[in-house]
Design a protein around this ligand. Structure first.
Ligand SMILES: Cc1ncc(C[n+]2csc(CCOP(=O)(O)OP(=O)(O)O)c2C)c(N)n1
Ligand SMILES: [Mg+2]
Length: 377
């Protein structure tokens, strides 16, 4: 656990972070953190590398699809691959994830079908996937709301008496939101088995992290009675170690933990944003030197694990996923106008039925065809 002594009070300072792999791919001697990932073999590290490459490819393809008019919007995660992969790969399948809109890498690793993942960004479904199918709630656009859901779910875990955990992802900007602070109070009060996972990507749209945090974000959590760690979010192994530490506390009845993964949003906030209007290009250049994928690639090459054949196989896998994603987006049938009433409630609801019938009659006034339901359920 980090103690903040006041010497490093700049929340944007990347140097005051726990690491296991430096930006140039050199292992770091950090026995306490390393102890949490002592069982991870080089081959398993190569799997994490593959995850990150595939996720970056998903991001590139989705960005292209938005530019081509096939998606309405896309929130890129470029640069945040290690934060997402390291944390999600620390979870068990029976743990439950409560993400924001940017955790598409997390959803992929949990097994979300890539076409389903894109549907909400194409604007032709109210949701993306069945949350209970992969134990991941669908993307939350309301900043910070998912942290409350996670704490409520985690309190339910306690009532059930199992040793699973909830994890919630949110950004640096979200930490200013009341919901997140309320969630932390509840989590601490009820010792809920929940992991607060903050991706400090340095920006909340056009607002730099230093405006809303005058001390490192991780330093806030102890004030709520929640232990925290501040890790290099571009170091997949450090992120995995910290997440395992937090999950272990949750499973053993130790209550909530907080992780600040210090990373960088290399792309725009969304495809509707132009960061060149508010961001110093040198900052981007600095962070490009700390790329999460390159550093792991360097380490694995040095150890002889990332051979040319393996790298080619990883690239082929990424291309295959991108093809599947593109086909899924382009071939996805448009919903019918009445589909908006589907899945509002889990059980039949008279009020929704009345609204659907009224709308169907209204549509029928325009002639045949428009009143039929589409193929989505
Ligand atoms: C309650 C609420 N207020 C404002 C917004 C508009 N909004 C969307 S994203 C965003 C910034 C979030 O920044 P951060 O939490 O750092 O997450 P990031 O986008 O960097 O992943 C804001 C203010 C919103 N979606 N919900
Ligand atoms: Mg942010």
């Amino acid at each position: 656990m980090n103690a903040y002594d006041g010497e490093s009070l700049d929340p944007a300072d990347w140097h005051a972070v726990e690491q296991l792999i430096t930006a140039d791919g050199t292992p770091v001697d950090n026995p306490e953190l390393a102890g949490w990932v002592g069982d991870v073999t080089d081959y398993e590290l190569a799997d994490l590398y593959e995850d990150m490459v595939v996720i970056r490819r998903i991001d590139t393809e989705a960005t292209a699809l938005q530019r081509q008019g096939e998606l309405a919007l896309w929130p890129p995660l470029l640069g945040q691959e290690a934060a997402q992969v390291g944390s999600v790969r620390a979870l068990r399948q029976d743990d439950f994830v409560f993400p924001s809109y940017r955790e598409n890498g997390v959803a992929y690793c949990r097994g979300a079908n890539v076409a389903d993942m894109m549907a909400v960004w194409r604007g032709n479904t109210n949701s993306g996937w069945d949350p209970h199918g992969i134990n991941v709630a669908t993307p939350q656009i309301i900043i910070g709301a998912q942290t409350l859901h996670a704490v409520g779910y985690a309190m339910g875990i306690t009532f059930d008496g199992t040793d699973s955990a909830a994890i919630t992802y949110f950004g640096d900007g979200a930490t200013s939101q009341g919901d997140v602070n309320e969630a932390m109070v509840f989590a601490a009060s009820f010792q809920a088995p929940v992991v607060f996972f903050c991706q400090n990507n340095h920006w909340a749209i056009s607002e730099p992290v230093g405006v809303q945090a005058h001390i490192p974000i991780a330093a806030r959590a102890p004030g709520f009675g929640i232990p925290s760690r501040r890790v290099d979010g571009n170091d997949v192994l450090a992120v995995m170690a910290a997440t395992r530490w937090a999950l272990d506390r949750a499973r053993r009845g130790g209550g909530p933990s907080y992780i600040e993964a210090v990373t960088y949003r290399m792309g725009p906030h969304t495809t509707a944003d132009d960061p060149t209007r508010y961001r110093d290009p040198n900052e981007l250049e600095d962070w490009a030197q700390r790329d999460p994928i390159e550093r792991l690639g360097t380490l694995l090459e040095t150890r002889g694990v990332l051979t040319e054949d393996r790298a080619a196989a990883v690239a082929a896998k990424a291309d295959a996923v991108a093809r599947e994603l593109r086909a899924g987006v382009i071939n996805r049938p448009d919903p019918g106008p009445l589909d908006v009433f589907a899945n509002v409630y889990a059980t039949p609801n008279a009020a929704v039925d009345r609204q659907r019938d009224r709308y169907a009659r209204y549509l029928a006034g325009f002639g045949a065809g428009t009143e039929t339901e589409g193929s989505l359920s």
